[in-house]
Design a protein around this ligand. Structure first.
Ligand code: DQA
Length: 145
């Protein structure tokens, strides 16, 4: 099982930005926790982060041959990027969207996720554990198919 975890804009600043909302862990610390969690579980995970919508779209488009599934936190792009939605819809591997914060308990404009419309599911509000739940959801998806 090979999974690509994609983090979008401003997530490179975790641990520095709005700690009251996103917590004090840095992105590399979160990635390490995830990597350790799935060690010895026959799951291989690559991580990328980009602030660039076009790069995220290209990474999604190129992922099919290399990965069984994607976990994506599109950050603010979640709320308006039809380009990322189209990229997700255009591939034949499952995508699970995650958010550290509970987007439904925040501002109105964060409650809708456009990109989530193309995903197998959306997990929101569990901090870095959202990513672990999403990877488990992908493993579970394949165990049933
Ligand atoms: C976020 C929620 C988004 O609304 C916000 O723009 C982010 C982070 C989250 O993980 O909670 O950058 O995706």
């Amino acid at each position: 099982m090979k999974i690509l975890v994609i983090n979008g804009p401003n997530l490179d600043r975790l641990g520095m930005r709005e700690k009251n909302i996103y917590g004090s862990l840095k992105l590399n610390e979160i990635n390490e926790i995830i990597q350790n969690y799935f060690k010895n579980k026959n799951t291989f995970i690559d991580f990328i982060q980009s602030n660039d919508e076009g790069k995220i779209i290209s990474e999604i488009g190129n992922s099919e041959e290399k990965y069984n599934g994607i976990v994506i936190n599109p950050g603010a792009y979640s709320h308006y990027s039809i380009g990322i939605l189209d990229a997700i819809r255009g591939i034949n591997i499952p995508v699970v969207e995650v958010h550290l914060s509970n987007i439904h308990s925040r501002e109105e404009y964060r409650k809708k996720t456009i990109t989530g419309e193309g995903c197998l599911g959306v997990i929101s509000g569990f901090g870095h554990y959202s990513y672990i739940m999403a990877i488990n959801a992908l493993i579970d998806f394949y165990s049933k198919s």
